[in-house]
Design a binder for this molecule. Structure first.
Ligand code: NI
Ligand code: MN
Length: 225
């Protein structure tokens, strides 16, 4: 069974025991990070969008591990300009990698890098990642959107990571509706309690979700899927 480890904020490390992936490796400067960037070992880095709380330590981690960055075209080009190995993709596209399949899904959010997010980094995304026959969905930073119903109809999602922090993304009530649409077996709330404006109580989310198993992970904890 593949395992997903929550490292704080929106950062998830995924492994099937052979391959090692990390999503949105924001560790340095992350008040709730459960790992240091120097300790991350990975083959691939997947980026939902270019904001600093997602791009994070991508350059250092990619260089040290000789890892490939999977990101939308514009953000991948930004990584290539920094000397990183890239695999550009875009919304709606899927690709079979050695570790499994990645499909890019829409997210309603922004995309920018650097001071004041001044460098355009293309459309934000979420991912469907299929490994060892199991499917994980990481929505990225997003509002609730009705096409989540379509994603839920077309995919059997074993494990979903959804933001509940509000202000920049879905809050609790919208994330509860997202779970109804996506129909995952397990759901983990993310993107909350990293800084005051996104403080939320994950127990409130757990109480309101009726159709999936809610797994509240402290930074550093893992779940199998
Ligand atoms: Ni963002
Ligand atoms: Mn964010």
């Amino acid at each position: 069974m593949p395992t997903a480890r929550f490292l704080g904020h929106a950062c998830i490390a995924i492994t099937d025991g052979t391959h090692h992936l990390i999503i949105d490796p924001f560790l340095t400067g992350n008040s709730i990070a459960a790992a240091k960037q120097e300790d991350i070992k990975c083959d691939y880095i997947l980026l939902t969008h270019g904001h600093g709380d997602h791009f994070g330590d991508t350059v250092a981690i990619a260089k040290r591990n000789n890892a490939t960055v999977i990101a939308n075209y514009e953000l991948a080009m930004l990584c290539a300009r920094q000397g990183l190995k890239i695999h550009p993709m875009n919304i709606g596209g899927a690709h079979n990698f050695k570790f499994g399949r990645v499909k890019f899904t829409i997210a309603h959010h922004g995309g920018g890098y650097g001071d004041e997010a001044s460098v355009y980094t293309g459309p934000p995304a979420g991912f469907l990642i299929t490994m060892s026959g199991k499917t994980l969905y990481h929505s990225g930073d997003t509002a609730l959107f009705y096409d989540m119903k379509l994603i839920g109809e077309m995919n059997q999602i074993d494990l979903a990571f959804l933001p509940i922090g509000d202000n920049f993304t879905m809050g609790i009530d919208d994330a509860v509706k997202a779970v109804e649409f996506l129909k995952p077996k397990k759901v983990v709330p993310i993107h909350y309690n990293t800084f005051p404006v996104i403080n939320q109580d994950p127990q409130e989310f757990a109480k309101k979700v009726k159709s999936a198993q809610v797994v509240i992970l402290k930074p550093g904890e893992s779940v199998e899927f």
